[in-house]
Design a protein around this ligand. Structure first.
Ligand code: BG6
Length: 284
């Protein structure tokens, strides 16, 4: 994989060889550290200094061009889920992104700008800011000459102490598609708890979501803009066993709360328009 390193900043941003021999950007800000693989512009680690990591990574993940990384923050674009025999969840997580620029900000946070290799329809950029919180902004511009639509999702895997003890707050009253049975429903719980497989697409919601985690004694706040869908996913036992790149017991230590625009919330852009999906995650 060809890489250049003009964006390196001594002590803050360095290009290194990561798992599977893949290039990885290691970032150190004033208050946190992060790792981002060029494969998928995939954030695999974010940690505030002296705190537990915020993101979950599977120990069975592949690190190989052509295969998605399991954990961290896969970028789902330009479609969500299966798609006519094409790679599930789109090609963005399988592409090698270019790191174009980096900068240390006045508050000590580090900002990185990635770009997806251009295609005929879209110009797709990703700005990651590693600071006290982790902020990710996916911007998609329609550079073609006709309308186009896409789905997107920042598929954040969070590290938790125990799936049986956490709750997800912020979605009460929101309609969702239960992907396990293909039926629509409305959330009635203030605090969503987990006792089996959950795979739900909450629609028309811009709300912040919090994951309360008593065993790790923390809450994770997911704040978003430019996003109308929130996906909540835990594969539980049988699906974990079916996934080759995921440990059988790892479902106990992760939950996905994904922010994006999928299904009826897919984005339509006229030529020359741009759309920005922004997600900030913080331990609070
Ligand atoms: C979630 C979907 O977003 O991603 C689930 O709602 C899916 O249905 C999960 O199983 C993981 O997908 P993949 O392609 O990374 O195995």
């Amino acid at each position: 994989m060809e890489t250049s390193n003009h964006f390196e900043i001594p002590g803050s941003v360095s290009l290194q060889t990561g798992k599977g021999g893949l290039p990885v950007i290691r970032v150190e800000s004033a208050t946190s550290t992060a790792e981002i693989y060029l494969l998928g512009a995939h954030v695999t680690q974010f940690q505030r200094k002296n705190e537990a990591p915020l993101l979950f990574m599977s120990e069975s993940s592949e690190f190989e061009v052509g295969k998605p990384i399991r954990g961290g923050v896969p970028i789902i674009f330009p479609w969500f889920g299966p798609h006519d025999g094409m790679p599930a969840h789109g090609f963005a997580r399988l592409a090698v992104w270019e790191l174009r620029a980096s900068q240390v900000l006045a508050d000590g946070a580090v900002m990185l700008h990635f770009r997806l290799p251009p295609d005929d329809l879209f110009e797709t950029d990703y700005i990651v800011t590693v600071g006290d919180t982790l902020t990710m902004e996916l911007s998609v511009a329609n550079t073609g000459s006709s309308d186009c639509s896409f789905e997107s999702c920042l598929h954040t895997y969070f590290q938790i102490g125990d799936i049986h003890q956490i709750s997800v707050i912020g979605l009460n009253g929101t309609r969702y598609l239960d992907s396990l049975i293909g039926e629509q429903s409305t959330e009635t719980a203030d605090a969503i708890r987990f006792t089996g497989e959950v795979d739900r697409i909450y629609q028309n919601t811009s709300a912040d979501v919090e994951i309360h985690d008593p065993s790790l004694r923390r809450s994770i706040r997911v704040r978003k803009s430019g996003s109308k869908s929130t996906v909540v996913w835990n594969p539980w036992i049988a699906k974990s066993q079916r996934m080759p790149d995921f440990g059988d017991d790892e479902y106990l230590k992760m939950v996905c709360v994904e922010s994006g625009n999928v299904k009826e919330n897919a984005v339509v852009l006229h030529p020359g328009e741009i759309s920005i999906l922004k997600v900030e995650i913080a331990s609070v």
